[in-house]
Design a protein around this ligand. Structure first.
Ligand code: SF4
Ligand code: SF4
Length: 241
């Protein structure tokens, strides 16, 4: 959620949140946009900062910090017309790497490359936005490195927010074997027959969500890092009518 800050002067994130009527409980971080360009975690919500015109963006437990960083990188790149090597080319590299990470194409050396490039951008970019971009990447990797890395090494989004990492599953306890999900799936990614618990073939599933909408029993669920236990192939329905 974004909130516009106007002429706040010396303040704290706690005061800013209060002025917007936002409860800090449950937030995992806020981003105060350029020129501050800083992530603030709850343990620093009472630290003073100087801010005039900026945007305050909140992130809760369902926010993906990899996706958050990609958005910030894109915003800072769009905001500058700088063509210097570290600001322009560095920003392009950062956006390409984070774009890959957020679309399941992250590679093992990606974070190391970002860690090498970020401090150089933070000190060598000519424009303020380029330096801010380097600082933001540095800070995000320090604060949310594990969450971002899970997108690469575990191919999962711990917050369950990234669409490409979301998986679909059919719960044994709820499925009646009616077959509506199977009919709705255009990708032939559901196995089943009448009165058998249907099963999603994860290799074929394109995460379109049609089965979720089609199921009248709420048996289709999505999952992030923690997946429900489901059978490998259809089994007779267990649910009592
Ligand atoms: S999400 Fe789409 S592709 Fe995947 S099983 Fe459901 S209907 Fe099929
Ligand atoms: S998952 Fe839902 S729509 Fe699919 S067979 Fe089971 S009950 Fe029917």
């Amino acid at each position: 959620m974004d909130y516009a800050i106007n002429n706040a002067g010396t303040t704290t994130v706690s005061k800013l949140l209060a002025s917007f009527g936002v409860e800090p409980a449950g937030l995992k971080a806020v981003w105060v946009s350029y020129p501050c360009a800083i992530f603030v975690t709850p343990d620093h919500f009472d630290d003073e900062l100087e801010v005039e015109q900026a945007t305050l963006r909140t992130y809760d437990g369902e926010s993906c910090m990899a996706d958050a960083l990609l958005t910030i990188i894109d915003e800072l790149r769009r905001a500058t017309e700088c063509t210097c090597t570290f600001g322009h080319e560095g920003g392009y590299q950062m956006a390409a790497i984070m774009g890959d990470i957020c679309s399941k194409k992250g590679k093992s050396g990606d974070l190391a490359l970002m860690r090498d490039l970020a401090p150089v951008m933070a000190s060598q970019a000519i424009c303020g936005e380029g330096r801010a971009l380097g600082r933001a990447v540095n800070q995000a990797l320090d604060l949310f490195g594990d969450e971002i890395e899970a997108h690469i090494t575990k191919k999962t989004c711990p917050a369950g927010a990234c669409q490409t990492f979301r998986t679909f599953h059919i719960l044994v306890s709820k499925c009646t074997g009616c077959g509506k999900c199977l009919k709705a799936c255009d990708d032939d990614a559901i196995m089943g027959k009448p009165r058998f618990v249907h099963v999603v073939n994860q290799r074929k599933c394109t995460q379109c969500g049609a089965c979720l909408k089609a199921c009248p029993e709420g048996a289709v669920v999505t999952a992030g890092a923690t997946k429900p236990k489901t059978p490998p192939k259809p089994i007779p329905v267990r649910r009592k009518k």
